[in-house]
Design a protein around this ligand. Structure first.
Ligand code: ATP
Length: 524
């Protein structure tokens, strides 16, 4: 059978087809180049319109009338001005061109996929928290449009989100700490627990900004910090949380400035006593040692160490250290004395005031009572049917502010129920150290942490809250036990240099011995 000839277009091979495809592609490219500004402006106008719609939706109903009136007034003024409307149109196009620029840096497609996947799983994880069945147009729904919910997002070089602004519906109970905490926990789990994230809730705008925060400096050791009289350094925090900086020396002696958390004690203090809570090894003893080193510069210190591991032995016998008590008898004697001393100071200062004199100097020298692990002593006291040493803290806690007496208590999480009511009530400066859940932090500080809780925290790392103030991240400077064999030489020297000297014992010169009687007439 004769073969039928192919149609002429196919007979000439594939070359003409390829050529025409190339022509079409280059025409499309040229068109895109030519139309690019228009596309950008169009995208910008769309984004501006979307932003306007959002703003309008967020504006309370009673403010919409005045807003419309303002817009109409501006349009009227522009129309009355010469070239007013064309100039306003040109300005709008310029803003649209700027807004419509594609800000996303070019990234490999695989990375884009992974990031997109991450955002989608984050979006879907939030559905149960940010939606209710009756919502006719839920912002969060399975398979929904996450672009509407996530106002903006950015990733670091490793592909982890480092900033995310997400919108949430108006009915979400953002004023309730428990509701916030639930959302924060989901976000922390989905974003990755290796990094710490900060949560800033904008209750007016129904927006939550999640930002990855840099680690706090953990290379700083105890040193003579340049604080004002009556101020003591608890540690360092985020620059965003304080307006102050403190000059410090880094590990190589290099000077730098760090944002401090300063705690004021004494007559002008609003939170004159402190409670630090942590798990074993979290650094509460080091915090007390760091405070003792600062306190000894201007005052006297009484240490009661319920842990009894000798971690304050370096203080024993130093100038200004009244006693370091490690057993129940010593603790009771020391705290009883502190109680009487507080009363004596109050009476002496009151008498001086009545006579029109300034308070005597011996009532103004700061006295610090550092009580580490009181629960251990309370347990012993109960077993022996004796007084709980904490009960002797009642007077110093209640009247310490006026008498320049400061009480600092450190306890472990699993023994906080042994803390007495006066200790809980009067210690309004609070610190939590070590790995703790958000609920544990909230239990001690009275408010949840402002960041996610990391899986691994270096010792001395935690949160602080002074009274009703905001919760801040905290890194305590290292003040290790210089007598501990594991302490690095540089740290040991840093602590020893800050310790006051031990008073020299009075040395009585030996009584001159009678020279032996020289027999008369003997030759020397
Ligand atoms: N701020 C810090 N910087 C560096 N290392 C620290 C810091 N705080 C504590 N450490 C180190 O962590 C270890 C435990 O510290 P510390 O003894 O203060 O903890 P703790 O909470 O009192 O626990 P424990 O009651 O078990 O002694 C020590 O080796 C200490 O040197």
């Amino acid at each position: 059978m004769a073969r039928r000839p192919l149609p002429s277009i196919l007979r000439g091979g594939t070359a003409p087809i390829v050529r025409s495809r190339e022509l079409a592609r280059s025409a499309a490219d040229n068109a895109t180049d030519v139309l690019h500004p228009l596309i950008t402006i169009g995208r910008g106008l769309r984004r501006l319109a979307a932003a306007g719609r959002r703003k309008w939706a967020d504006t309370p109903k009673d403010r919409r009338g005045p807003l419309l009136f303002l817009i109409a007034a501006v349009l009227l003024v522009l129309s009355l001005l010469r070239y007013g409307l064309p100039l306003a149109g040109a300005a709008l196009l310029a803003v649209a061109a700027c807004t419509g620029r594609d800000r996303k840096p070019a990234t490999p497609a695989a990375d884009d996929d992974a990031r997109s996947q991450r955002l989608t799983s984050l979006y879907e994880a939030l559905v149960p928290y940010f939606s209710v069945p009756d919502d006719p147009a839920p912002l969060y729904t399975y398979g929904g449009d996450r672009e509407k919910a996530f106002a903006s997002h950015s990733f670091d070089e490793s592909g982890h989100p480092d900033r995310l602004v997400l919108r949430y519906p108006g009915y979400f109970t953002d004023a309730e700490p428990e509701s916030r905490l639930r959302v924060e926990q989901v976000l922390a789990a989905k974003l990755g627990r290796a990094r710490e994230y900060r949560f800033d809730w904008n209750e007016q705008g129904n927006e939550l900004t999640v930002t990855a925060v840099a680690p706090l400096p953990c290379d700083l050791t105890a040193q003579p910090f340049a604080t004002a009289p009556g101020e003591y350094l608890l540690g360092f925090t985020d620059a965003a949380d304080t307006a102050r900086t403190l000059p410090v020396n880094g590990p190589d002696g290099d000077p730098r400035d760090e944002p401090p958390v300063l705690w004021r004690t004494g007559a002008r203090a609003t939170e004159p006593h402190l409670l630090a809570v942590g798990h074993p090894g979290s650094g509460t003893t080091s915090l007390l040692r760091s405070l003792a080193l600062q306190a000894l510069r201007h005052g006297d210190v009484l240490v009661v160490d319920g842990g009894g591991a000798g971690e304050y032995a370096c203080l024993t016998g130093r100038e200004g250290v009244l006693a370091v008590e490690c057993d129940l008898d010593g603790a009771l004697t020391g705290l009883e004395w502190a109680c009487h001393e507080t009363e004596r100071r109050l009476i002496a200062a009151g008498r001086a005031r009545q006579e029109g004199h300034p308070p005597p100097p011996d009532t103004r020298r700061p006295l610090w009572i550092l009580l580490d692990r009181p629960a251990a002593l309370a347990h012993l006291a109960e077993a022996e049917g004796r007084t709980d040493p904490q009960s002797l803290l009642q007077v110093p806690l209640r009247h310490g502010r006026a008498a320049q007496v400061t009480v600092v208590v450190a306890e472990q999480f699993d023994s906080t129920e042994s803390l007495t009511e006066p200790v809980r009530r009067h210690t309004r400066a609070r610190v939590v150290l070590g790995r703790a859940s958000a609920a544990q932090v909230a239990l001690v500080l009275g408010a949840p942490p402002n960041t996610s809780t990391p899986v691994a925290a270096p010792p001395g790392r935690g949160w602080v809250r002074l009274g009703d103030g905001p919760v801040q991240r905290l890194q305590v400077p290292a003040a290790p036990d210089p007598y501990d064999e594991g302490t690095a030489e540089a740290d040991r020297r840093a602590v020893l240099e800050l310790l006051p000297p031990r008073p020299q014992p009075l040395t009585v010169p030996p009584a001159p011995t009678e020279p032996p009687a020289v027999p008369a007439g003997a030759d020397l």
